[in-house]
Design a protein around this ligand. Structure first.
Ligand SMILES: Nc1ncnc2c1ncn2[C@@H]1O[C@H](COP(=O)(O)OP(=O)(O)OP(=O)(O)O)[C@@H](O)[C@H]1O
Length: 392
């Protein structure tokens, strides 16, 4: 069974039982019969463009076995009606999406109108819920007692928005134009900003950073105010790390672009008219300014211990644990609040003579020891009142 702790979380999942990726709640033993403690307004329902439920959806959360009333630590996650953000991160394939989907169902079944957001281009969240969530719209997830909506943001699409805005505000096309006008000094400044490079070969993680800022934009609108729990199914570790450091970079870059745009605008009306084709310079600048503001909000949100928690998901393998350790170190460096670690896919003791299972489980137990002795991860464990499930 799953065991949670306020500071260290361990899911022990019966890997030898075939777990359908379409039923992550069952995988994590999350209950649908948990009594709701928080009562949202009965009329709560976003009026945004909502995709209709897919007919004959095979996924039924209500069918999930009720087993985890004793899950420790979840009370803390579920308590309070103020909005909280949970960001799940970890190595590729450890189960971030499955855990995000499960956590979201758990929140919804405990009375929280919940939104689960994915910026993962692989659309695994759609697979987890067996519903088509693509299209950047809120999709109601069937099953939980209280509203649960999912939103998949296409990072490619949102990146285009940024590219367009930035291009309108001093991209390579403008540089060429200015060169042609003999405005060498301003052109040089543009060169220094390496805008062409930024736009043509965006740094890894830019897509996710922009996608998350897009989610922030949504969340500010009144239609989204009902959500008290927001669960992010984040991108794999490397991307996530870069994403976390990106807002600073973007803030600086966009700020420079904006300043430069002002200079350009006052330098010559000829350039103004060049900008005037399509989007007006003021509109484009406003759009960029809003993007910059949202990026700053994302950056601040990542560091806000009251409302945000970054949950590391790992598996009991040497590689995953090593990577989780590095992830925790980097998150600490970035002042991102981390309190919990989910150890997914722990084999239960085997009742059969399966030698493979026995060897595998022994490896897993060794890996769990590694967590306890890891200077980064044991600090998450320090406040633990329990022990890792299955460990002797
Ligand atoms: N406890 C589990 N038991 C069995 N299968 C699991 C378990 N957790 C996850 N899986 C399976 O492992 C695969 C990867 O899971 P998932 O997509 O949740 O990981 P992820 O970390 O989000 O992956 P990615 O990094 O590629 O986005 C899926 O097929 C999922 O069904």
């Amino acid at each position: 069974m799953a065991a949670w702790n306020a500071s260290f979380t361990s899911f022990s999942l019966p890997f030898n039982k075939i777990l359908s990726p379409r039923k992550p709640m069952a995988a994590l033993g999350f209950s649908s019969s948990f009594s709701p403690r928080i009562h949202p307004p009965s009329s709560a329902s976003p009026s945004l463009s909502i995709k209709p439920k897919r007919p004959n959806n095979p996924f039924q959360v209500r069918s999930v076995a009720a087993t985890v009333e004793d899950v420790a630590g979840f009370d803390e996650m579920v308590s309070g009606t103020q909005r909280k953000y949970y960001m799940l991160g970890g190595k590729g394939g450890v189960g971030k999406t499955s855990c995000a989907a499960s956590l979201a169902v758990k929140f919804a079944n405990n009375g929280h109108p919940t939104l689960v957001v994915s910026t993962d281009p692989a659309h695994s969240l759609s697979d987890s819920f067996a519903q088509d969530l693509t299209g950047g719209m809120l999709v109601p997830v069937e099953g939980p007692d209280f509203p649960l909506f999912a939103l998949e943001i296409n990072p490619e699409k949102t990146k285009e928005e940024f590219r367009d805005s930035a291009k309108n505000n001093g991209g390579t096309g403008v540089k060429d134009f200015m060169d042609g006008m003999g405005l060498g000094m301003l052109a040089e400044q543009l060169g220094e900003l390496k805008l062409g490079e930024l736009l043509d070969t965006p740094p890894p993680g830019l897509d996710e950073a922009i996608a998350i800022s897009k989610v922030m934009q949504f969340l500010e609108s009144p239609q989204y105010s009902m959500f008290t729990r927001i669960v992010f199914d984040t991108a794999p570790t490397g991307h996530t790390l870069r994403l976390l450091s990106l807002p600073d970079f973007l803030d600086a870059s966009i700020g420079k672009i904006l300043k430069l745009r002002q200079k350009i605008a006052s330098a010559t009306s000829a350039i103004k008219s060049a900008f005037g084709q399509g989007e007006t310079p003021q509109n484009a600048a406003d759009k960029l300014e809003r993007l910059r503001e949202r990026m700053v909000k994302v950056r601040d949100l990542f560091r806000d211990t009251d409302s945000t928690e970054f949950v590391i998901v790992t598996t009991p393998t040497v590689m995953a644990i090593s990577e989780s350790s590095r992830l925790h170190a980097s998150l600490k460096k970035e002042n991102v609040p981390v309190r919990r670690l989910i150890v997914n896919q722990i084999l239960p003791p085997s009742a059969s003579d399966c030698k493979f299972c026995a060897v595998k489980r022994k490896d897993q137990m060794r890996a769990l020891d590694m967590i306890q002795n890891d200077p980064e991860l044991s600090s998450l464990n320090k406040h633990s009142k329990g022990k890792i499930q299955g460990q002797s």
